[in-house]
Design a protein around this ligand. Structure first.
Ligand code: TRP
Length: 379
């Protein structure tokens, strides 16, 4: 259970996430606010209740809109690389959550960003975005109504809308300085700079008159690595006199650990559970790779108990697969006391994941027929 990653230097920015992540430190360094009290509708969702979504900027504005039944938008984006795995579900579930609350949903496929920063062709991005991401969003419950999914390289077939989006990206450039870029991002290249400004336009364009008659508050849920993009967009948007932008709101989620306890890495299928994994694969991956917080021997485990805080199976139950707080609490207690063994915890986790995936695979089959409803690019 010794954690030798402790000594690795933490790096968390939009271009790189590595080392042992200290969220307390990030909250201070980035200047985001820990999430404390939320209304019941939010707390019904386990991502909020169990603090996987742990920090925010200006969420109050969104809570007010929800409370007063006023319109608001949710805007976020996806980097279309690799396989869709359970880590990606965190964002998908938030899209669906906000859609059910009545928000207008905007989702950017970051194909320009993938081209500029990951060296991936637009064709490859399109294929991955549809087959891995969008299909799974639909299968998880995203609906076509009030939902615009677009590619950064082709915002809309409606010329006015498309022009407004790319125009905003270019006008934003004037309001940022090179020193600011360096301060926010450290190392920066022309490709990265363009991607940051395009992402700023992603986040702000729902407020343009071409998209919504009156600017509406916008919540941007993201992983904490994306906060530099928010800082830049928030700062420069407020320097523009006309149109006047309502300051962006955002929430930040933590990274659910990969099977080995470190990162989920799209290049290593044994570091994650994919949403297309078969029951046998799930069983093999959890049994073989899920880092255990249990003790080395049965005797020691019974005597001293295990550590659910570092146990990957427990973390997956907590973030996604065990809805019941009572059951989760009991598992945690029994694992800590040594009553529950690693083998049994893994067995339970495998069953919960496979029950979920069985349903999900059915929905994925149906989702294929719906995909065209989401990709009408005249939006
Ligand atoms: N940069 C994001 C990522 O790497 C993707 C993204 C593009 C995005 N545009 C966005 C996220 C707008 C939030 C809002 O995942």
């Amino acid at each position: 259970m010794e954690d030798n990653k402790e000594r690795e230097i933490m790096k968390v920015n939009p271009w790189e996430v590595s080392g042992n992540i200290n969220y307390e430190k990030l909250i201070k360094e980035f200047g985001v606010t820990p999430i404390k009290d939320l209304p019941d509708i939010f707390n019904k969702n386990i991502l909020f209740r169990r603090k996987t979504i742990f920090a925010h900027r200006d969420i109050q504005r969104i809570l007010e809109a929800v409370n007063n039944k006023k319109p608001f938008a949710m805007m976020t984006g996806l980097m279309p690389t690799g396989k869709f795995h359970i880590g990606h579900m965190i964002l998908a579930q938030q899209m669906i959550f906000y859609q059910n609350l009545g928000a207008k949903i905007y989702i950017a496929v970051a194909d320009i960003e993938a081209y500029n920063t990951r060296n991936q062709s637009l064709e490859e991005s399109k294929k991955i975005a549809i087959e891995e991401y969008i299909l799974n969003y639909i299968a998880l419950g995203l609906k076509p109504k009030n939902c615009e999914i677009y590619f950064q390289s082709a915002r809309s077939q409606n010329g006015e809308k498309s022009n407004a989006y790319y125009k905003l990206q270019n006008l934003l450039a004037k309001h940022a300085s090179f020193n600011e870029f360096k301060a926010v991002y450290g190392e920066i290249t022309p490709g990265k700079m363009v991607s940051s400004l395009l992402q700023a336009s992603d986040m702000l364009h729902p407020q343009l008159p071409e998209f919504n008659k009156h600017p509406i508050p916008t919540i941007v849920p993201v992983g904490i690595d994306q906060d530099p993009h928010l800082r830049l967009a928030r700062d420069i948007s407020q320097r523009i006199k006309s149109p006047k932008f309502i300051q962006l709101s955002s929430t930040y989620h933590s990274f659910v650990p990969g099977l080995g306890g470190g990162k989920m890495s799209s290049s290593d299928p044994n570091s994650f559970i994919a949403l297309t994994d078969s029951p046998k694969e799930v069983e093999r991956k959890i049994n073989k790779y899920a880092f255990s917080g249990g003790r080395a021997t049965l005797e020691e485990h019974r005597k001293h108990g295990g550590n659910p805080d570092v146990d990957v199976s427990f973390q997956y139950l907590k973030a996604f697969f065990e809805e019941s707080d009572n059951i989760l609490f009991q598992i945690e207690k029994d694992y800590r006391s040594g009553k529950l063994l690693t083998g049994d915890l893994k067995k339970y986790t495998i069953k919960k994941i496979n029950d979920f995936l069985k349903e999900h695979h059915k929905h994925r089959g149906l989702a294929k027929k719906q995909i065209s409803k989401f990709l009408k690019i005249e939006i």
